[in-house]
Design a protein around this ligand. Structure first.
Ligand SMILES: NC(=O)c1ccc[n+]([C@@H]2O[C@H](COP(=O)([O-])OP(=O)(O)OC[C@H]3O[C@@H](n4cnc5c(N)ncnc54)[C@H](OP(=O)(O)O)[C@@H]3O)[C@@H](O)[C@H]2O)c1
Length: 358
């Protein structure tokens, strides 16, 4: 008889509270080139909730196992001919679906099968919380700074939502690389936190005018490189703060995080500044990067991120664990104002399988 496992499944598009159910499913079998991973921890990212609500950049077939980004676990079995991994090894699954690309199962389940090339071995000195958050936000920070904008030592980088996980990682990475950061936060309390992390300049939009402060810090022409994950009017101010020929990479829309306010999802940009000052406003999406990058580039970038975390250059904020059966609390925690930590679904490895609640 096939073994069974618990999986958190959405039957249709809708509010996560309405559509998510714990189900019992057979443990999948690893095929050639794949590994069976017993998951120990997996985050609830805002993007996972956007997918369930039908507001993300791709839509899976429903019913779908939720959690489309990343997890950590141990390899329990290898498919025929799978090389480079061993049973018992602890691995991160960079499950981010490539776009365009084939559909993959989500990570909110006790076991999953993954192609060997998306599994990254991680040392035991990384906690489950660090390891299960390695692939999305630290990788995004690395790619934005070193690939998308190629910011050089001594250059200014302007970023919004510096208090977010990605923002804090950008501050740390920039400090390590000798890049000077201008960090925009919305709360006064965050100013000292960002300075303590190594942020060079912090602009608090509660008290200060972004465009004016950038001109004071970087000079009247503005900055050449910026990232924005807030969009709306703040995104527009970032484009105004750019120097001629400057570039802002937009990668999030936190000003309407559920993406329900069309005005906040829009970034009003002056056509004059695009034409006469040749400013550039463009997007970045990790899923599309996965779709375009070669497997060797993906592996290089993931290994680089792993070293930065293992060597203490990047500190991933500690997540807040929720046992799988308390998924509804994890979802509401993910959306609570100023929740601070990333909710992590954790699996009660070691408890007899018959005892677990479905
Ligand atoms: N495009 C991609 O491939 C990609 C990849 C990774 C992440 N992202 C996006 O990047 C963004 C950050 O992700 P994350 O996981 O780092 O988020 P997070 O850790 O959940 O951080 C959210 C924080 O951002 C700040 N914030 C929220 N709304 C804001 C607003 N309107 N103005 C200024 N600050 C605001 C808040 O910090 P305070 O409470 O301190 O104010 C909030 O706690 C999200 O939009 C996410 O979807 C995109």
């Amino acid at each position: 008889m096939p073994r069974s496992m618990r999986a958190l499944v959405a039957g249709e598009v809708g509010e996560p509270d309405d559509v998510l159910r714990l189900e019992s499913r057979p443990v999948p079998l690893a095929e050639a080139g794949q590994a069976l991973v017993r998951v120990t921890a997996t985050p609830v990212h805002a993007s996972d909730l956007h997918v369930l609500r039908g507001r993300y950049g791709f839509s899976p077939e429903f019913p779908t196992v939720g959690g489309y980004m990343e997890c950590v676990g141990r390899i329990e079995a290898l498919g025929p001919g799978t090389e480079g991994l061993r049973i018992g090894e602890r691995v991160v699954d960079a499950a981010i679906p490539a776009v365009p690309g084939p559909r993959v199962d989500g990570t909110w389940q006790e076991y999953l099968v993954a192609d060997a090339h998306r599994l990254l071995p991680v040392p035991d000195r990384l906690s489950d919380s660090e390891a299960c958050q390695l692939a999305v936000n630290p990788l995004t920070a690395l790619l934005l700074v070193t690939r998308e904008l190629d910011v050089q030592p001594g250059e200014w980088l302007l970023q919004t939502a510096a208090g977010s996980t990605v923002g804090r990682l950008v501050v740390q990475l920039a400090g390590h690389l000798g890049i000077r950061t201008i960090n925009v936060v919305r709360r006064r309390d965050a100013v000292e936190e960002i300075r303590a992390l190594g942020g060079d300049e912090v602009i608090c939009t509660e008290d200060e005018d972004l465009v004016q402060r950038v001109a004071e810090i970087a000079g009247p022409a503005g900055v050449r490189k910026a990232t924005d994950c807030v969009a709306g009017q703040l995104g527009a101010q970032v484009s105004q703060a750019l120097a001629p020929g400057g570039e802002v990479v937009v990668y999030g829309a936190l000003s309407t995080h559920r993406q329900t306010d069309p005005a906040a999802l829009t970034i009003p940009v002056s056509a004059r500044s695009l034409i006469y000052e040749t400013k550039v406003v463009r997007g970045f999406w990790l899923n599309r990067w996965f779709g375009a990058a070669s497997p060797a580039d993906v592996l290089d970038a993931l290994c680089e991120v792993r070293s930065l975390v293992v060597n203490g250059v990047l500190t991933i904020p500690e997540g807040r664990p929720f046992p799988l059966e308390r998924f509804a609390e994890a979802v509401s925690f993910a959306e609570a104002p100023a929740h601070g930590a990333k909710p992590l679904l954790v699996f009660d490895v070691g408890r007899p399988e018959d005892d677990r609640q479905v």
